[in-house]
Design a protein around this ligand. Structure first.
Ligand SMILES: [Zn+2]
Length: 300
């Protein structure tokens, strides 16, 4: 708590130092997002009309991030801030107090949340709503609205970009859904480390099992591991996966103890750098969906 107060105090002092620096004269808008997935979505809608930057970096753990003084200087002259909401950015809420004057939008607005089932955050919305493409369409609509509000003269361009982007997502993901739905229902289990896939399993009509409910909770306790082993054994589940931003150890341990396959790494919270395998939201969704599909078909 004391550290937190010192941190907040430092932010406010630095903010005062920057308070008189106005937005530089730029040709394009500056849009800031809390994590890389939102940055990629926003860049697709904004096209050349905005430079979009994420506060958290590619590959980062996004639930317990500690903003730095550098982040403050990044945000202070932004024209728009986009964030997820649904309790993802608890760290950002404290940080955001300093930037109330900058227009902002919460991209989960109009999405029906799926509550977290148990643990410290029981009953709160599961934040990973972007993993169901029907929700992603709503994120894109919300980005379009937010950009059009601050830059009305270009609203037609934002609408066109948003429509093209939505079509591209649907065209790429729907065929994967058709393939997953052709797998027998009793085999359609998704076992992961974090409970980050409630929205994805909703879209692919799968049952969900995870070791811990969210990365903000305790991760991989012996009790959590035992519960998952029991469900795997009782349902003849054949494969387990884990996400890229956390330790794979508990999932590998479970695979070994239950003698099932390890299906590989799933991407959900963070994009890779430009040269990595999931440098866009669409690539992330495709790669994760295909890894799941191939994992389910491993023993066919
Ligand atoms: Zn997560």
């Amino acid at each position: 708590m004391r550290n937190l107060l010192i941190n907040l105090l430092c932010f406010n002092i630095i903010l005062l130092l920057f308070a008189n620096v106005s937005a530089a004269s730029r040709d394009s808008l500056k849009v800031i997002t809390t994590f890389t997935i939102l940055a990629d979505m926003a860049q697709n809608v904004a096209g050349d009309l905005a430079i979009v930057e994420s506060i958290t970096k590619p590959g980062a753990e996004i639930h317990d991030y500690q903003p730095t003084p550098k982040d403050i200087s990044k945000v202070k002259d932004a024209d728009l801030i986009l964030w997820n909401g649904f309790n993802l950015e608890i760290w950002f809420e404290k940080f955001f107090v300093n930037f109330k004057n900058i227009p902002s939008a919460i991209l989960t607005t109009n999405i029906v949340p799926i509550p977290i089932k148990y643990g410290d955050y029981k009953g709160k919305p599961n934040p990973h709503a972007w993993m169901n493409i029907e929700n992603a369409i709503i994120y894109i609509d919300n980005i379009e609205k937010a950009l059009s509000k601050i830059d009305k003269k270009n609203e037609k361009i934002y609408k066109l970009n948003a429509n093209n982007y939505k079509q591209e997502i649907l065209k790429n993901i729907r065929p994967i859904k058709d393939k997953i739905l052709s797998i027998p229902t009793k085999k359609r289990w998704l076992v992961t480390c974090e409970g980050a896939f409630s929205y994805l399993t909703e879209y692919y009509e799968m049952k969900e099992l995870f070791i811990w409910p969210t990365n903000s909770d305790t991760m991989g306790t012996p009790k959590q591991v035992k519960n998952v082993i029991d469900v795997i054994n009782n349902n003849q589940i054949e494969v387990i996966f884990c996400e890229s931003t956390v330790s794979q150890k508990p999932a590998l341990q479970i695979a070994k103890e239950t003698n099932i396959s390890y299906g590989g790494m799933l991407y959900v919270d963070s994009l890779s750098t430009k040269n990595g395998s999931v440098s866009t939201y669409l690539d992330l969704l495709k790669k994760t969906s295909l890894t799941i599909m191939e994992g389910l078909l491993l023993n066919e």
